[in-house]
Design a protein around this ligand. Structure first.
Ligand code: NAD
Length: 300
């Protein structure tokens, strides 16, 4: 298939690589030349605008930070909607609010393009391994049509319902993720302060009722899991400011339906503080730094 891919960041780059590896032909666009060059080196064709990327494409995939970025590549100068062929499906894998998804879907529908929200879970490791979970909001026929493209990048492709429901699932998942990372950070820091080896504590959590993805795959304590951002200075991964965005999406969605999110509100304040302390561009597991004592900050 000829696929246009827009947004080659921490997630988009490995997803685009996965599409290339499964034999798709890729035309890519990103504001960052460096990001584009890495894909060109792997066999993709580079162009200088989102519109140029989608000309002649059979599918379009976008993977951008937030709704404003998606809007700009869809409707901005030399954008996707002005250049995509009628009938071509646009798959947005960014995490954004369900209301924006519905607006983008109706804009695309006026010119005959199905629009699918397909946010992902699994982190940069899952993207690199091609094992992401896709939460898909689409009409049934469109879901059936995009499955083969998504299977090149993920292993669980779930139809959540109509357009917008993929984002509902994603927002709820990241509400849990933000809360569990705060909880694991608190417990790991307490254990270390009380004198247990963090690796032993982590092993206990992971074979006990405290286990979660935040403890067994992405533990925030440095040196416990070598592949986790915590063991690489919190570089790469899922930026604190993106987690903050997602907890904002949860609280705004909750307000719209009058639903309380007690733990989510507290988690939002944790990541807000972490961001204000200079960790906004670090992986969200850097939230553990809020629990460190001054003497540990220099030691680690
Ligand atoms: P990122 O910041 O690493 O990458 C975003 C990319 O978009 C960058 O390369 C940037 O240059 C590009 N970009 C921004 N505006 C653009 C524009 N107008 N035109 C073209 N390119 C533009 O972000 P990420 O970590 O890859 O996350 C992308 C989305 O996926 C976000 O919505 C995030 O919430 C979600 N997500 C991230 C993770 C993760 O672990 N990082 C996991 C699941 C979901």
């Amino acid at each position: 298939m000829k696929i246009a891919f827009v947004g080659l960041g921490n997630m988009g780059a490995p997803m685009a690589h996965a599409l290339l590896k499964t034999g798709h032909s890729l035309t890519v666009y990103d504001q960052s030349q460096r990001a584009v060059q890495l894909l060109v080196d792997a066999g993709a064709k580079a162009v200088s605008s989102p519109g140029a990327a989608v000309r002649g494409a059979e599918y379009v995939v976008t993977m951008l930070p937030g709704a404003g970025h998606v809007r700009s590549v869809l409707t901005g100068p030399d954008g996707i909607l002005a250049n995509v062929s009628p009938g071509v499906t646009i798959i947005d894998s960014s995490t954004i609010d369900p209301a924006s998804v519905k607006e983008f879907a109706s804009l695309a529908a006026t010119q005959g393009n199905p629009f699918v929200d397909a946010p992902v879970s699994g982190g940069t490791g899952g993207a690199a391994a091609g094992t992401l979970t896709f939460m898909v909001g689409a009409a049934s026929a469109t879901f059936a049509e995009v499955t083969s493209v998504l299977e090149a990048m993920g292993k669980n492709i779930v139809h959540c319902g109509d357009v917008g429901t993929g984002q509902i699932a994603k927002i709820c998942n990241n509400l849990v993720l933000g809360i569990t990372m705060g909880g694991v950070s608190e417990a790991m820091s307490l254990g270390a302060a009380l004198g247990i080896d963090p690796r032993i504590l982590s092993g206990i959590l992971n074979t006990s009722t405290g286990r979660s993805w935040s403890s067994d795959t992405y533990n925030p304590y440095p040196g416990v899991i070598q592949s986790a951002p915590a063991s690489k200075g919190y570089a790469g991964g899922f930026r604190t400011d993106l987690m903050l965005k997602d907890l904002g999406l949860a609280s705004e969605s909750a307000r719209a339906v009058g639903q309380p999110v007690f733990m989510g509100a507290l988690a939002q304040q944790l990541y807000q503080t972490s961001s204000a302390n200079g960790c906004g561009r670090l992986d969200f597991s850097a939230v553990i730094k809020l629990y460190r004592r001054p003497e540990e900050t220099t030691a680690r």
